[in-house]
Design a protein around this ligand. Sequence first.
Ligand code: FAD
Length: 491
Amino acid sequence: MSGQKAIFPKARALRSFWASRRHVVRGLGSHSASNPRVCVVGGGPAGFYTAQHLLKGRQDVEVDIYERLPVPFGLVRFGVAPDHPEVKNVISTFTQTARQARCGFYGNIHVGKDVSVDELLRAYHAVVLSYGAEGNRTMGIPGENLDGVYSAKDFVGWYNGLPSNRELNPRLDCETAVILGQGNVALDIARILLSPIDLLKKTDITQRSLDVLAHSKVRRVLIVGRRGPMQVACTIKEVREMVNLPDTRPEMLPAEFQGVTEALKVLPRPRKRLTELMARTALEAPTEEELERRRKASRVWGFRFFLSPLEVLATTSDPARVTGIRLAVNRLEGSGEGARAVPTGEVEDVACGLLISSIGYKSLAIDAAVPFDPRRAIVPNTMGRVQEAAGLYCSGWVKTGPVGVIATTMNNSFDTARTLMEDMDSGVLDVSAAKPGSLGVRPLLEERGVRPVTFSGWEKIDAEETRRGKADGKPREKLLDVGEMLHLSRT
Ligand code: FAD
């Protein structure tokens, strides 16, 4: 990202930015100099929910959110599928939080690069790390870097307008795509690959990716998992969307559902309903109407089970390009959620020209001074208190690992906010001495030529995106260029 960051060497421009902030940044002046000041790193759901709970819980606390990108909302903007607009309604709650007088938003600040966590700890009474999971787990198999192989993180970032993925231009010039992983992200990608283009046109998917998808040759998407139908990580809503996706038909192997019908009655309710839906789709004879719909469908989707990736395949004539995936055939040891996939020794090759690995996101360390557990890829913590680091807290995916939906993130962020307030009340966190908050960070950023984007700056970007989208009947057309975002935010 640093390459995309606009540097403003002219100290005068920066001075005028901060001078203009003096009227709106609360702090020295409108509130007591000894108000507890909390800094939140990351402007995704965890950051906003933590700020919301702190601001509601204590009338004296002031919270500043520092976000790497010029635009807020993290994966709500760059992860959630464009055809799930209802999920993005949380943005209005986040906006209300950001507009509160005791909340500041500073976009375009890469914590760990532009300002260190130690520097933030000197300026604030507490720092909450809420910077999500921006890395991804790799398969660790030969051929992983071949042309036509992408991580789900990059593919999702591409269709959702993440600036760093805008040049991805995935190759969709093949008939079959394989997605490794069976979570909701895998299903989002399958749906985006197979949705009729007219359905996507009315969403906030970027025009650039819409153009590529409109020329896609992909007609068949296989969603592959190492365990069985009773262990998939997706939820029923996403499977139902696949079952009902216009112009598609399912392709499953009944043999992979052996024993599933008998096992249904002992499954807990949500798992039972999900498994029933998959088993019905795979095993039951369709109604006349459904049969007709399937007959007319031009695209195919399906789950494949008990398969783990061994090697990405290419041909000698084109050794740089994926042509298939070699998979180990597994059997299950144990049952239920805890069942283990054990290789049988057999292998299966599946031909494909597009391979997307959707095996999980992963948090990264952002600052050498911050404790980080590389094995679990989280900031080690006890109920949100970062271990052996006074004043440091964490919430969201960097606290728990990349699991759960926005509601899960909300709950664990509220928990962290509660922990922090308990520490203020009990004196574990000393808030008696005055701290300067953003005004203490200001000279550091000025010195480094970094100019933040405020929430009103984001609102200018938002207005322009909405204006551009309106012309095409879309909720917004996202800007893809950080330079353009910065320029607009300052008009
Ligand atoms: P994030 O949302 O990733 O936010 C972290 C923020 O920190 C980002 O804005 C990032 O730019 C910023 N940041 C990173 N590093 C730094 C730094 N060094 N300095 C400053 N800022 C930094 N949940 C649902 O409920 N419904 C869905 O439909 C849904 N779809 C999803 C689709 C995908 C592809 C993914 C990956 C997740 C989806 N989720 C969905 C889950 C949901 O997005 C997460 O629960 C939630 O976003 C986690 O919040 P977070 O704040 O921890 O992380």
